[in-house]
Design a protein around this ligand. Structure first.
Ligand code: PAF
Length: 284
């Protein structure tokens, strides 16, 4: 079943829940976003359209997942543009909460032990970030009651965290990881790219180029030499936070690769004041 009518926009969870309760026996595909939508988000909407009956998107810049207030305050907000992008993509429903309280009003305590996931990469560098992400995603899942939820693999660690949360809390939601969408030159699409100047956008290519370099060179055995070379390249143009190759399943960083195990290379670097994140699969 597909819904052909105009996109419905809800500013409160109460009205959205009322609407969803009138629909029976449909599958719901949920795409949570913080807005400033780009091709990456559109690929999630497209996938959700292909795999479910009703596509619900949310736009909410969640304050609890920002560990730097300047980052939260500078987050790009482009609601009018986002709404027309979603309409053109035939999204069925948009939840655009009127305020933070609307999302958080029914919050109940829960705890998920992320274990190692909380201590590495974004877990280490952005204390409390994943707690904030889990808080809001759990609430958004409760509000939108999805059959499937779609997340971009650019935030691979976030995808792993959400899978762990859903599994630990016994939520019956299929978490679908969708491929990273890149510009032709390799830059991973991100809402934060909107904050880059023209020159910074060129400089930002150092992230994807470094990852590509690791993908082409890291084979079975010791990879330290390539990690050092990659880090050198990053330092020339950016302020790198980390460059790591890790097991895809556990996110455990490694310096030597074995056949039969799946790996990804992860990078975070600042270009000017903008913190960018990217990752790529490593084939051994
Ligand atoms: O990836 C994002 O945009 C956000 O972390 C999410 C999943 C919408 C939660 O605020």
């Amino acid at each position: 079943m597909q819904f052909d009518s105009k996109m419905e926009i809800f500013r409160t969870q109460k009205t959205l829940k009322q609407y969803l309760s009138t629909l029976n026996e449909i599958t719901i595909g949920f795409v949570p976003t913080m807005g400033a939508l780009h091709q990456g988000h559109l690929s999630l909407i497209k996938r959700a359209k292909e795999e479910t009956d009703l596509v619900v998107c949310s736009i909410f810049v969640n304050p609890t997942q920002f560990n730097e207030s300047a980052d939260f305050e500078n987050y790009p907000i482009t609601h009018d543009k986002d709404i027309s992008i979603l309409e053109n993509a035939s999204c069925d429903v948009l939840y655009l909460p009127e305020n933070v309280a609307d999302v958080y009003q029914n919050e109940t305590d829960f705890s998920v032990d992320l274990g190692f996931l909380a201590t590495v990469m974004e877990g280490e560098k952005r204390p409390g970030h994943f707690d904030g992400v889990m808080r809001v995603v759990k609430l958004l899942f409760e509000i939108t009651t999805p059959t499937k939820a779609f997340f971009g693999l650019k935030d691979f660690q976030q995808y792993s965290v959400i899978r762990k949360m859903v599994s630990d809390l016994g939520m019956e939601i299929d978490i679908v990881g969708c491929d990273i969408i890149r510009e032709e030159n390799g830059l991973a699409m991100s809402s934060r790219n909107a904050l880059l100047s023209k020159t910074e956008k060129k400089d930002a290519l150092v992230l994807s180029k470094t990852l590509k370099f690791l993908q082409e060179n890291c084979k079975e055995g010791d990879i330290r030499k390539f990690l050092i070379e990659g880090m050198d390249a990053l330092f020339k143009i950016s302020i790198p936070e980390y460059l790591i190759v890790a097991e895809s399943k556990t996110l455990k960083p490694v310096i030597s690769l074995k056949k039969g195990i799946k790996y990804r290379a992860f990078v975070v670097a600042k270009i000017g004041n903008v913190r960018l994140i990217d990752n790529i699969e490593i084939f051994v």
